[in-house]
Design a protein around this ligand. Structure first.
Ligand code: NAD
Ligand code: 89V
Length: 370
């Protein structure tokens, strides 16, 4: 079924879509603030298994229909969509529940713990005829959208090399303590955004090679990753991320970008300065996110991207088209995460066809590309 065949919401026209948010934890507050500013959608109900969190969110955002069980909520409410802001372990069950109720779904990243789960979620929504978007918001940051637009317009000619870099010593564990316990950390949680940006800027990947390491002894997973990507269009790029990098100017949560093209260079520099250099000269402009009344430092760029991806969702629901970061699209970003771990574990480069074909036995067998 194509995106345009997807079931249209129950009522059509310039109307308001009714949604429910599932998971009222650390990040969900950003979704709830943003929903208040998205024209054409409103959150009518909340769900969290933790009753205290649920009631606190209900009070703060003035939402009265509260549920501790998603199945009960889906039966009781007449919803156009659910916005799932729980951690990955619960995503498949919740998305499949929404699909069974023929309700469209937004699902936070990481989409799923495995590619097989993610595929099952995409299939369930396709079979139910409902839209599914992964809340992969980083590419929606204003500075990254500006960089992408400049490349598409040919500002530096044909790109041949790129780097997408996120290096920080920010204490991410204070807001998200579960990250310190995860066996997989930076690639699955943060690298997933940076890899998605590389796909957004340079297109899909045919092959990659990765090194990962743990520097911080107090956490379980890796906190440093360096990944060399060969894109299908011939671009070579480097994705690097670190939570072990102490800099004189802490940049969290900024992603820096370098692109070399046939006619010039593009740099997304610190503090959202977008620089384009060609034979005609050098232009540097401010690509910082517009201010939001509810933004809190240093999260402004991420918070603005939450607003923009949620606006995009409503626009796509209205038009009956597939979102840019649909479940289907995100399978390819998730495959890059899996390929990164496989490459690092086995010390070899990995063809994406190998990961995409052998999801069930990922890491156990496959073609070796040396
Ligand atoms: P959290 O643990 O603070 O909140 C999750 C909430 O979901 C909890 O209150 C929990 O009780 C609830 N929950 C879990 N399973 C449930 C279920 N089956 N039914 C109802 N409620 C359930 O987590 P968080 O830090 O807010 O992260 C949530 C997700 O958001 C994660 O997947 C994380 O990776 C993602 N995240 C994304 C960004 C971003 O920029 N896109 C930033 C931070 C976190
Ligand atoms: O996007 C995330 O999931 C977050 C953060 C941006 C802090 O890494 O964990």
């Amino acid at each position: 079924m194509s995106a345009s065949d997807m079931q249209q919401p129950r009522r059509s026209g310039q109307r308001t879509f009714d949604g429910a948010l599932i998971g009222c934890g650390f990040f969900a507050r950003n979704h709830l603030h943003a929903w208040r500013e998205v024209e054409g959608a409103r959150i009518v109900a909340l769900c969290d298994a933790d009753e205290a969190r649920l009631r606190a969110a209900g009070r703060e955002f003035g939402i009265e229909r509260l549920y501790t069980d998603a199945a009960t909520m889906l039966q009781a409410e007449r919803l156009d969509f659910v916005d799932i802001a729980t951690t990955a372990a619960s995503h498949r069950a919740l998305v499949e529940m929404a699909a069974s109720a023929r309700v469209a779904a937004i699902c936070q990243k990481p989409f799923a713990p495995t590619l097989d789960d993610a595929r099952a979620m995409v299939d369930a929504c396709r079979e139910a005829g409902v839209s599914l978007m992964v809340h992969e918001n980083f590419r929606w940051q204003s500075a990254l959208q500006a960089a992408g637009a400049a490349l598409r317009e040919g500002a530096i000619g044909k790109p041949f090399w790129g780097r997408v870099s996120f290096r920080s010593a920010f204490d991410v564990f204070s807001g998200q303590p579960y990250l310190a316990q995860n066996e997989r950390f930076i690639v699955e949680d943060l690298g997933i955004h940076v890899l998605d940006i590389a796909r957004f800027l340079f297109g899909d990947v045919s092959r990659l090679s990765a090194n990962i390491a743990r520097v911080n002894p107090a956490i379980r997973g890796e906190d440093v990753a360096t990944i060399l990507l060969s894109h299908e269009n011939g671009v070579s790029s480097v994705v690097d991320c670190s939570y072990a990098t102490r800099l004189p100017h802490e940049l969290f949560p900024q992603t820096l970008v370098e692109v070399d093209g046939s006619e010039g260079t593009l740099r997304l520099l610190a503090d959202y300065r977008l620089q384009i250099h060609t034979a005609a000269g050098t232009e540097t402009r401010d690509a910082a996110p517009p201010a939001l009344t509810w933004a809190s430092s240093p999260w402004e760029a991420i918070q603005h991207s939450v607003l923009d991806i949620q606006k995009h969702w409503v626009d796509c629901l209205r038009r009956g088209v597939e979102p840019a970061t649909s479940g289907r699209d995100n399978l390819r970003t998730l495959a890059l995460v899996e390929a990164t771990y496989l490459s690092a574990r086995e010390g070899r480069s990995v063809h994406m066809s190998e990961v995409e074909r052998n999801a069930a036995t990922l890491g156990e067998r496959g073609t070796v590309a040396r």
